[in-house]
Design a protein around this ligand. Structure first.
Ligand code: 2AM
Ligand code: CA
Length: 284
């Protein structure tokens, strides 16, 4: 039976594509301003509150940063919708939606540990148009436009095209993963998957920001990233950046990617993607 959930459609877009470079430019101004705010807040007096459970934290900077993003986006694009981690849900009827995460990697940020980032993505229904991710401590900006490739700008390079790694040997591959906040109570807590991959990969990292994890696969710094139960705003920008850099993306069971409330995904260079998937399939 045909799956009714909307698949991520990497190709079709009806917005005039000539508008996208200008939108991207404005997005970059906004994300860099938000980065300034997070740099000021980093290792300052941080107030922590909990959300869904005791491990799920939010700080005053998550909220301030989301407010800044919403104000700036609304001023620049008054008709666009906005879905944000800290509760924003504006103009849900709009065809064009921004998915924003004011701090991806809040646990790192709250502990005074980098990296963490701001993630912004513009979608036309299920089609990603622009993805932008800014890591303010290392001052590294990742971005992609649908069909136009993925790029990075940092202290060493400007607008460098991203390409996933060409490694084909899992034993020489570096993998990245993460764990759900409710891992102590959840039956599906990723412990079996990480044990399996520790046995087969060169190494496994837990960096703490899904958005950056996807960028690191896009940049070929790691071969694969998998994680369960992510939110749309954690991955909306990163999946376009990874896809434009040549990554294969799927749900963790190998089925096609789609954005829903909770996403479990695998992003990897194409060869390593099938090898990791084959190992995961031995678990079920
Ligand atoms: P956050 O920092 O915005 O909360 C950590 O594994 C990564 O997964 C982070 O990007 C974190 O985003 C994200 N994440 C989203 N939902 C999560 C959940 N329920 N449990 C753990 N991490 C979650
Ligand atoms: Ca967040």
């Amino acid at each position: 039976m045909e799956d009714a959930r909307p698949k991520i459609d990497m190709k079709s877009k009806t917005l005039d594509i000539h508008e996208l470079p200008k939108i991207q430019e404005i997005c970059e101004q906004i994300i860099r301003e938000a980065g300034e705010l997070l740099r000021e807040g980093f290792r300052s007096d941080i107030r922590i509150e909990t959300k869904s459970n005791a491990n799920d934290w939010v700080t005053q900077y998550d909220k301030q940063c989301e407010l800044l993003l919403v104000e700036r986006l609304t001023a620049a694009f008054p008709t666009h919708g906005i879905v944000g981690e800290e509760g924003s849900n504006l103009r849900p009827e709009s065809d064009l939606q921004w998915y924003i995460d004011p701090i991806d990697g809040t646990t790192n940020f709250a502990h005074g540990l980098a990296p963490f980032c701001i993630s912004m993505a513009l979608y036309q229904q299920t089609t990603p148009l622009i993805g932008m991710i800014y890591e303010p401590i290392g001052e590294e900006l990742f971005f992609a436009r649908n069909g136009a490739g993925a790029y990075v700008t940092n202290r060493l390079v400007t607008n460098k095209r991203l390409q996933v790694s060409s490694e084909t040997n899992l034993g020489r591959s570096l993998l990245i993963t993460g764990f759900p906040y409710d891992r102590r109570d959840a039956t599906n807590n990723n412990y079996r998957e990480i044990t399996l991959m520790l046995d087969h990969a060169q190494g496994v990292r837990r960096i703490g920001s899904a958005a950056l994890d996807l960028c690191y696969v896009a940049a070929g710094r790691a071969e694969a990233y998998w994680e369960q139960f992510l939110n749309s705003w954690d991955i909306a920008a990163g999946i376009l950046i990874a896809a434009e850099a040549g990554a294969t993306l799927s749900m963790l069971d190998g089925s096609p990617m789609f954005i829903q409330e909770r996403v479990s995904l695998l992003a990897a260079n194409p060869t390593i993607h099938s090898q990791v998937l084959a190992h995961f399939q031995t678990l079920s």
